[in-house]
Write a protein that binds this ligand. Structure first.
Ligand SMILES: C[S@@+](CC[C@H](N)C(=O)[O-])C[C@H]1O[C@@H](n2cnc3c(N)ncnc32)[C@H](O)[C@@H]1O
Length: 249
């Protein structure tokens, strides 16, 4: 079993809560038709899930997360906004708590890169999808990102973060493997694409990466990320890879 690298600190929660269906899940918009049922796996604080609810209304969305606290937070925030067609459940993507053929679409953003067994998760996605149902998954791929300014210290911090996520069972290069994973899980009509995200202000990503190093007592690399996040010459352009595929009939 893997360890979820970012954890659930305030910095991590605020970092995830910035995300929205557009731009983060925009690649899946053509498949989010009115009236359909959607499962959002690894929903975190549920900001993307709420946007899906608005998009498919009067359809429904179920957000699923491993963390009881994230499920409670997502439930509270959806309720506070009067969103009645979203519900949240605790559970693991390795054993989804739903019968076969339950959903028209399954979506997952920024989860598979943290999993030791992404194909096992994709097999579960397929199981709960209805025949011809659509899957949309998206993860970063650190093979494609642009880090500025050029700096030996930054590269060392990058290497240390990569090793941390690998040790925890994840893979910072997950993005370009998504098509292989869903093919191995038995999906068809696979399509891949990518986009870049520029973090502005840079402190958002600098402090988030620093926090990951703080949590393991790595003060040196935490300081590097924090200092870099405040540099006017800094840039972090992250490559996100999205993959869509359908369950065979
Ligand atoms: C990086 S966050 C992404 C949250 C949200 N999808 C977003 O993009 O902002 C990943 C989420 O997946 C959850 N998670 C990690 N492992 C999981 C598992 N095996 N099953 C279900 N959820 C999991 C974590 O608790 C976390 O909330």
């Amino acid at each position: 079993m893997e360890t979820y690298t970012p954890g659930y600190s305030e910095v991590a929660a605020a970092f995830m809560a910035r995300r929205r269906l557009d731009p983060n899940g925009a690649f899946f918009l053509p498949h989010l038709k009115l009236g359909i049922s959607v499962l959002d796996c690894g929903c975190g604080p549920g900001t993307i899930t709420r946007d899906i609810a608005r998009q498919v209304f009067p359809g429904t969305v179920t957000g699923l997360d491993f963390s009881v606290d994230q499920v409670a937070l997502a439930t509270r925030e959806a309720k506070a906004r009067g969103i009645a067609n979203a519900e949240f459940r605790q559970g693991s993507v390795y054993e989804l708590p739903f019968p076969d053929n339950s959903f028209d679409a399954v979506f997952s953003h920024a989860l598979l890169e943290h999993l030791k067994e992404p194909v096992r998760a994709a097999i579960e996605f397929k199981r709960v999808l209805k025949p011809r149902g659509m899957l949309g998954v998206c993860t970063p791929d650190w093979g494609g990102f642009l880090l500025a300014p050029p700096s030996e210290k930054l590269l060392l911090a990058f290497e240390a973060y990569k090793q941390l996520q690998n040790r925890n069972g994840g893979d910072v290069y997950c993005g370009h493997k998504l098509g292989l994973y869903v093919e191995q899980a038995g999906f068809e009509n696979i399509a891949m694409r990518s986009r870049y995200e520029n973090y502005d202000p840079l402190t958002v990503i600098g402090d988030f990466l620093a926090m990951n190093h703080d949590e393991i007592g790595d003060a040196k690399n935490a300081a590097t990320w924090r200092e870099w996040g405040r540099s006017p010459k800094g840039m972090f352009s992250q490559a996100w890879v999205a993959c869509t595929a359908s369950k065979p009939r």
